[in-house]
Design a protein around this ligand. Sequence first.
Ligand code: MUC
Ligand code: MG
Length: 366
Amino acid sequence: MKILRIEAIPYSIPYNHPLKFASGQVTDAEHVLVRIHSDEGLIGEADAPPRPYTYGETQESIITIIEKVFAPQLIGLDPFDRGKVHEVMARTIHNQVAKGAVDIALWDLLGKALGTPVHKLLGGYTDSMRVSHMLGFKPAQELLDEALRFGEEYGITTFKLKVGRRPLALDIEACHVLRAGLGDDVELYLDANRGWSANEAMEVLRRTEGLGLTALEEPCDAKEAMSRRRLVEKSPIPIVGDESVPTAGDVSRELLSGGSNAICIKTARSGFTEATEILGLCTGLGVDVTMGNQIDTQVGSLATVTFGAAHEATVRRAGELSNFLDMADDLLAEPIRINGGRISVRNVPGVGAAIDEDKLSQYRQN
Ligand code: MUC
Ligand code: MG
C-alpha cells in the first residue's frame, strides 16, 4: 500500500459559548481536517486544532506545512513504514499539531487496512474513559452552575478549572465556591496556562490549602526554570507540564530539570506515536499522566479516547474529553455520547471518526 494524496481541509464551526483561559480564548473551531488517501482507496482522517497562543501554529501554517513540506515527501511511502514517515516529519522542527494530525490519520488508515480498531493496535487495555470537564474563565457562581449541570446531565465528577487570572483572589474564590458547592467527592484541579509567576502560584496553593485540589498545570512559564523548580519542590500537589512538553524530548527535559512532576499527554500535538513514547517515559519513571484536551472537536476527542483507553496508566485519571459540548456542531457522523461520566472507544476499523460529508461541505472554507 502507498500514500497517494494528503488533503488539509480548513473548516470553521462556531462555539455556542467561548472558552476563555489565561493564554487565549476560542470562539470558533477554525481547524484543519487531515485526510491521507492510500492507493487502495482507503482514507485515514484526523483533526488538527491550531493553537497559535500555545504552539505558534495557525490554520494557514498547518495547511502549508502539510501541503508544501510533508506531502511531497510522504506521497509514495508505505503507510505501514511509520519510522520513515517520522524521519521525514522530524526533519522539520516544531509544527507539532500538524505532525500529530498526520500521525493519527496514518494510524486510522492502518487500522482500516488491517480491519482493526486503533485502540486495539495501541494497547487495547479497556474500552472507555472517565470524563473530566474543563471550566473556562467565568464568575464563581456561573462556574459552579456549569459544574453542577455537567454532573447532573452527564455524570461527570472531575473538573479542571482554568485559572491564571489576576488578581489571584478571582481564582481563589472560584476554588472555594466550587468545593463548597460540589462537595468533597468531586475531583478538582487547576490549569493556569502560564498566567502566573511561580511565587503567585505558591500563594494560590497556600490560600487554597485544605480544598483537596489534586494538581496544578502550567502555573507559570516552564522557561522560568529556577522558580518553577522551587515551586515543584514545595508544592504539596503535582505540578503538571502541558504546553511545555509537546514532545518526548521536552518531557525528558522538564522531568529531569524538575520543572514538572506530572505530565499531560495530548494526542492533538503528539499524535499516537509520540504520545506512546511520552507515556513510556512517564511510566518508566513513575510519573503520573493525564489525557488533556487541546479544545478538541468530537473527532479530536475520539482520538484522545482511542489512545487513553488503550493503556492502563492513562485511564487512572479522568481524561479531558467534553469541551466539544460547547460547539454549535461537529463533523463527526455519529455523535459522541457521554454516559455515566464516560466516553467509549469505537469498535470499528480505524479510530472510528467517520465524517459527515454534508457537514464538511457546510463548514469547509475552501
Ligand atoms: C489546556 O489544557 O491548556 C488551552 C490552551 C491549549 O492549548 O489547550 C487548552 C487546554
Ligand atoms: Mg493545559
